[in-house]
Design a protein around this ligand. Structure first.
Ligand SMILES: NC(=O)c1ccc[n+]([C@@H]2O[C@H](COP(=O)([O-])OP(=O)(O)OC[C@H]3O[C@@H](n4cnc5c(N)ncnc54)[C@H](OP(=O)(O)O)[C@@H]3O)[C@@H](O)[C@H]2O)c1
Length: 233
């Protein structure tokens, strides 16, 4: 491939994001300078945070500019290196964006340039050992500080973050109640992820079910969704 295929942000979203928000482009492959590497993207991460990055408002990161490649976390392979710490063939995590190739350097951009530890697959690096896993781990253990025997309530429980939160809480000896949408997700949470109880917010009365499964209320509520499910009595 001689071109860098890119999806650029064309229009900021109002409501749901759609194809009209993006524009396809083909540009020359960027050339790394001293201290930089050229990475071929192999995996892109799709996260709710991307919706926020598309909006022009003050946040922990500047918004993606109109005409820039859409920002995304990624894992890719170093195919050209001008940095002594990175060799051709290294797998790295970086902010690859929606494109084939990105120039990256350690300490640059929201995600820097991190080599995958031995034995860690790209999928693991973008999930349980990546930002999702870190959010679940530190959010639950440092902010929530649950103790063994306590009840942890998790919304968006079958999502990437929520499912890790519930499993970490179980490891810590907590009782875990998850809120998710639909019988398939609820079954998976109980049978595979090991949640103690689940509430199907699409088919059940959430308040009544929380009262049923958390008769003494919860000790920690890890809220992944906001909206009505955050306004429990
Ligand atoms: N992923 C990260 O690295 C990361 C980092 C920092 C913060 N966060 C935040 O953590 C939260 C979850 O992120 P995630 O990556 O785990 O997302 P995810 O895997 O996409 O899961 C989110 C789940 O939320 C549920 N949901 C969506 N709309 C809902 C609504 N209106 N009411 C109730 N449930 C709804 C959906 O499950 P149902 O089908 O069950 O409705 C969806 O699967 C987000 O607020 C995100 O911004 C994530």
């Amino acid at each position: 491939m001689t071109k860098n295929r890119q999806w650029l942000l064309a229009e900021r979203p109002y409501g749901m994001v759609g194809p009209h928000n993006f524009k396809y482009a083909e540009t020359p492959i960027p050339e790394p300078k001293s201290g930089e590497v050229l990475v071929k993207n192999l995996f892109l991460s799709f996260d709710p945070a991307q919706r926020n990055w598309m909006v022009d408002r003050k946040a922990y990161l500047p918004p993606v500019a109109i005409g820039e490649p859409m920002r995304a976390g990624s894992v890719g392979e170093v195919i050209e290196s001008h940095h002594d710490d990175y060799q051709v063939g290294d797998l790295v995590q970086t902010t690859g964006c929606w494109q084939d190739y990105v120039v990256a350097a350690p300490g640059e951009g929201p995600m820097g340039l991190v080599k995958l530890p031995a034995g860690v697959s790209p999928e693991m690096m973008l999930s349980v050992l990546g930002i999702t896993g870190l959010t679940a781990y530190f959010g639950l253990l440092e902010i929530g500080q649950p103790k063994a025997g306590e009840t942890v309530l998790v919304s968006g429980a079958a999502g990437s973050t929520g499912s890790f939160v519930g499993q970490i809480a179980k490891i810590k000896g907590c009782r875990v109640v998850g809120i998710a949408g639909g019988p398939d997700k609820c079954r998976w949470l109980k049978e595979t992820a090991g949640f103690d109880a689940v509430i199907d917010y699409k088919n059940e009365d959430v308040n009544a079910q929380i009262a049923h499964h958390c008769p003494d209320k919860w000790d920690v509520f890890f809220d992944n969704v906001g909206g009505p499910s955050s306004r429990q009595p």
